[in-house]
Design a protein. Structure first.
Lengths: 166, 166
């Protein structure tokens, strides 16, 4: 997110991320994604990724896209419009690796409302956007104490904060 | 601020700060405040400080309180209702030490709208408040690139981020 908490400009523009691009630096993503077997993301984040014309960042992992208008399955990507909290509780009860919720805004908010996020990594980009789509949405959720696991700064000024919920 | 960007709960409650209190640890405040000769803060922050019954944290520095309803001067504390940006531009043109804007919300927003914040220190407390008064207000300001000067984490999980505007 930007220092002021946004993951995109109001129109979805994420070009502010370019300022931390660095050849050979993935900010721990490939190591992290190897601990994950299931990905949850909102429909807007999913469409944003497709529109970028990059390699699908989740490989052949099970992906759930939260949407009001389900589409046909696409490989291991499933579109769901049901209760997100129930889905996550059910997934947590199954053996497996981590469940990763990408993006922000509404999806993260829904999970925080139900205390379903146990661990989070937030990368703070050195910019103030002034307006846009917030990582932590506008709808509110109950207060939750965190424990800082690590804080790491990188050459381009990105600071990565890693917390667990206590 | 909390990780989700709040400096207080909706009713002004800042008790979440207690979780990072540590005997003998002032998170650099006394060193920092010695580089400052002028303090600017909003009326709500000022009243909050008075209500806490603590020692006035600005010593005998020149303090400007931004308010719609000016009060009589109180020692070196002056209440002003005029144009904040003009005041800051005028102060910057005078010799002196740093001008420190404390608090958040409206006052910070007004200064960011006019590109009048050159340097900022943000302390991220390990908690999600879910709702409240934002450090970076709701009214928007133009995008501003920052440069990370330092990032420091403390025993209680507070991470202090120090930036300059580029």
């Amino acid at each position: 997110m930007s220092l002021d908490g946004f993951i995109a400009k109001p129109d979805g523009d994420i070009s502010f991320l370019n300022q931390v691009e660095l050849e050979g630096e993935d900010y721990g993503y490939s190591k992290f994604i190897n601990t994950v077997d299931t990905v949850i993301l909102g429909r807007k984040t999913y469409d944003k990724i497709l529109s970028m014309g990059v390699e699908f960042p989740y490989g052949d992992r099970q992906v759930f896209v939260i949407t009001r208008n389900p589409r046909p399955d696409s490989g291991k990507t499933i579109f769901i419009s049901g209760n997100l909290a129930d889905l996550v509780r059910s997934l947590k009860n199954q053996p497996g690796k981590h469940i990763y919720c990408d993006g922000g805004g509404e999806t993260i908010n829904l999970l925080l409302q139900e205390y379903l996020i146990d661990e989070m990594t937030v990368s703070v980009i050195p910019v103030l956007l002034g307006e846009g789509i917030r990582l932590f949405g506008q709808n509110g959720f109950p207060e939750q104490k965190l424990q800082l696991i690590s804080s790491k700064s990188f050459e381009k000024g990105l600071v990565q904060l890693h917390y667990i919920r206590t």
